[in-house]
Design a protein around this ligand. Structure first.
Ligand SMILES: Cc1cc2nc3c(=O)[nH]c(=O)nc-3n(C[C@H](O)[C@H](O)[C@H](O)COP(=O)(O)OP(=O)(O)OC[C@H]3O[C@@H](n4cnc5c(N)ncnc54)[C@H](O)[C@@H]3O)c2cc1C
Length: 309
């Protein structure tokens, strides 16, 4: 792992910096590149713009590690309202939740009940809920909750991270459930004992996991979301999908708002299913620093805003 990436990921998890840095105007200004605004209304508006470019959306209300039952419940209520607003506006927009935002640190059952409320409502509206994957200590609990919710509802997917050594086994165990899987590289600071430290190895594992997913789209009815901005991988996965006889509509590409926007439009223009994850909310700092860590050159944008300020 590069020194800059490691340092930025350390900052994203440092409690004092999480509180102090977001107050600076130049940091606030630079976050707008990755999110359209702090309110649900901003995300809905962004989704309207994306729709005009044949790109669908997923909404995430930023927040993590909620330590209070009432707050966790109000996050669930927020998402239930968001699903209704998506329906009212006739948008093709899913939602994506973090289990620690629904109370996983407080109590596993509380978290499950909050998730169930959201998934039930989404199911009634024929919409979908995705579960993010957080730091490695949450992986087992996230997969346990996923298995439990998936046994009752078809409209729910989970994210798997290619940087973890364990992921191939996790994926194989999930396949019989006909799961929905979003494959990502992984965004957190993880020790080399459990995660590939070298980018080349993460990329190779990503491709091998993506191949396994593609092979199982028909065989095990696996809903597959390829979530990466890596053009080389995207091209290889498109070729592989064609080779195993899949059509463009059999799987989906998912990318983040403000990143590789041209590629998003290009893929949608070529007839691929593309979904853009739009984040909003006031608790954006740790999430934002993870975006900087993915491409430390992004720090230059932050510094440019400092100069302008
Ligand atoms: C839809 C979606 C959902 C996600 N959900 C999760 C999750 O639940 N859990 C989790 O751990 N991670 C999640 N991630 C983040 C993911 O793990 C990676 O950290 C992130 O996608 C960067 O990796 P990459 O695959 O784009 O490849 P990289 O090799 O990091 O990037 C490839 C290229 O994309 C561009 N790029 C990538 N990131 C940036 C950036 N921040 N700014 C500017 N350019 C950039 C650059 O040109 C870079 O060379 C999600 C990502 C997406 C797209």
């Amino acid at each position: 792992m590069g020194i800059a990436r490691g340092a930025l990921l350390w900052i994203s998890e440092n409690r004092k910096l999480r509180e102090a840095l977001p107050r600076y105007m130049f940091i606030k200004r630079s976050v707008s590149r990755f999110m359209p605004g702090e309110e649900l209304a901003d995300a809905l508006k962004a989704a309207e713009h994306l729709k005009a470019k044949k790109i669908n959306a997923i909404f995430t209300h930023l927040g993590e590690n909620v330590s209070d039952e009432t707050e966790a419940r109000s996050v669930a209520e927020h998402y239930i309202d968001a699903l209704s607003q998506i329906q009212q506006r006739n948008l093709d927009a899913y939602i994506s939740v973090k289990l620690t935002q629904l109370g996983l640190d407080v109590d596993e059952d509380l978290c499950f009940q909050n998730l169930k409320l959201i998934v039930e409502h989404a199911n009634a509206l024929k919409n979908w809920v995705w579960i993010d994957m957080e730091q490695s200590p949450y992986v087992d609990r996230t997969l346990t909750i996923y298995r439990k919710i998936r046994s009752g509802y078809p409209n729910v997917g989970v994210c798997l991270q290619a940087y973890l050594y364990r992921t191939k086994e996790d994926l194989k165990e999930l396949l019989p459930l006909s799961p929905a899987i979003r494959l990502v590289k992984g965004a957190y600071l993880e020790p080399r004992t459990i995660a590939h430290p070298k980018k080349a190895d993460v990329d190779a594992n990503y491709f091998s996991l993506a191949k396994l997913l593609l092979e199982n789209i028909k065989r095990n009815s696996v809903t597959t979301a390829i979530a990466t901005h890596d053009n080389v991988l995207i091209k290889k996965i498109r070729d592989e999908a064609e080779m195993v006889g899949l059509t463009k509509g059999d799987y989906e590409f998912q990318l983040l708002y403000g990143i590789q926007s041209d590629e998003q439009e290009r893929l949608a223009g070529e007839g691929y299913r593309v979904r853009c994850l739009v984040s909003y909310g006031s608790y954006w700092f740790p999430w934002y620093v993870r975006r900087l860590a993915e491409r430390p050159a992004n720090v230059l944008f932050v510094l440019k805003n400092l100069r302008l300020g």
